[in-house]
Design a protein around this ligand. Structure first.
Ligand code: ZN
Length: 302
């Protein structure tokens, strides 16, 4: 009986996440295009045929239609069901980590904002202000609510609010500093103007103590992927890579495994011989930067 109940709960969470993912697809498509989110209802972008109830079901609708519009047979991007499935899995993972709690609700909202922003940045190289601003306000509201509940404590709420505001300010400051350093190292503008605003939004949700981890993880992922892309030849040395998706990834990893990463890091610091390892890590990072500079200068000469 228990297993059936658990299975139903997980399936419900997955389905809820997939439905939100379906809405995020609409947000990602419509906000940059300046179309209302509510009207007109979902339709085929080619023939404008309005989607029926069964066609609108996340993931399954796409599978049922075999990836084609029922009306004009033009293909529907596989990204739609993938985003829906991924959002479902993210919702389930958060539920498994935080159970039935305010954190679960809050992080579902936070991750939804992050998925939409990451995809829009990937598509258009912009992070729309209305989304980062509303995300920041929602993050501060989340801080106040977690401070007030479960027992109504106004002092805690103020502490949490301060934590969120400090996180937002730190986010702008950190990403701006990285931008300056990046411009010096690469000799070009390293980031878009929306990135500090996204970092501010992340700071509001995560608080100032957890934000640096998210940004470090984002930079590490950005450097690794950028370097791999250059070595494989998929990216030109001067090609700009969008930083927004990496920031979102760093924030997501912090929500999922922030505590685990932090305690592993603490244990690492306590254990012996770590100075050698740390210096090695720093040397590898420096070497990566030098290789990137070298690849860049070699390309600009040829
Ligand atoms: Zn169509």
């Amino acid at each position: 009986m228990d297993t059936i109940f658990t299975a139903i709960t997980y399936l419900t969470v997955l389905a809820l996440g997939a439905c939100i993912g379906s809405f995020l697809n609409v947000v990602v498509y419509r906000i940059p295009a300046g179309i209302s989110l509510i009207w007109p209802p979902s339709r085929c972008p080619h023939c404008l045929h309005k989607l029926g109830k069964t066609e609108n079901v996340p993931v399954l609708g796409w599978l049922w239609l075999k990836g084609r519009c029922r009306h004009c047979r033009s293909s529907i991007s596989m990204r739609y069901p993938l985003v829906e499935a991924a959002t479902g899995l993210v919702f389930l993972l958060i539920f498994l980590l935080y159970d039935i709690s305010l954190q679960t609700l809050g992080y579902w909202a936070f991750l939804s904002w992050l998925i939409a922003l990451a995809l829009i940045d990937f598509d258009t190289m912009t992070l729309p202000n209305p989304l980062t601003k509303s995300g920041l306000v929602a993050g501060l509201a989340f801080q106040v609510t977690t401070g007030l509940l479960p027992i109504f404590q106004s002092g805690e709420a103020i502490n949490h609010l301060f934590n969120g505001i400090a996180g937002a300010v730190l986010g702008i400051w950190l990403v701006d500093s990285i931008r300056v350093v990046g411009s010096i190292v690469f000799g070009q503008e390293a980031m878009g103007g929306g990135d500090p605003k996204l970092a501010a939004m992340m700071g509001a949700w995560l608080g100032w103590q957890s934000l640096p981890m998210a940004i470090i993880l984002a930079c590490a992922a950005g450097v690794l992927i950028g370097l791999a892309g250059r070595l494989v030849g998929r990216l030109q040395p001067l090609q700009k890579i969008v930083f927004g998706p990496f920031l979102a990834l760093g924030a997501a990893l912090t929500v999922f495994w922030g505590e685990a990463i932090l305690s592993a890091y603490r244990e690492f610091l306590i254990s012996s011989n770590n100075t050698v390892l740390l210096s090695l890590l720093l040397a590898v990072l420096l070497l990566m930067l030098i290789v990137m500079r070298y690849l860049k200068s070699r390309n600009s000469l040829s």
